[in-house]
Design a protein around this ligand. Sequence first.
Ligand code: FES
Length: 166
Amino acid sequence: MSNETNRRDFLGYTFAAVAAVGGAASLVGMKQVWDPLPSVLAGGFTTVELSGLKAGEPQTFMWRGKPIFVLKKTTDMEDNSRDLLIGDDRFTVAIGLCTHLGCIPAWKKNMWKCACHGGEFNPSAEQVFGPPPRPLDLPPFSVKGTSIVLGEEGPEYKKIAAAMMA
Ligand code: FES
């Protein structure tokens, strides 16, 4: 084998090694770009503890930048197929954006009232007055003990979503 051949082989191996390292580095770089940011992963799921809620006083939680209404119903609020049952308690869980044009309704006198065009939603999140075309939307959730995890489609969510479609 000539010196010329050895030199060419050496250059070829060196080039291949540099290309392999560069390729691996760029794959790592691309993965970092493709993977969701940690803040996005953390923002995908929100756990809400329900045991501290007071009946008749809905709370608003943020999930993926949207307000989520959670109401623990009082005993005199009507049953609804949309009720989430946990133990002896009934809850309404809803995305807090008016289904007319997206304003955020406020809780007044046992109703969510939308100031934009007067739409009203009852404690089961059904539209009962004004222009909203449908109930407040249901966010995906799963139940873990006395908490819900917003962003996961658990069996309770699927059952309520199916009842709303019926
Ligand atoms: S946006 Fe709520 S009634 Fe129009």
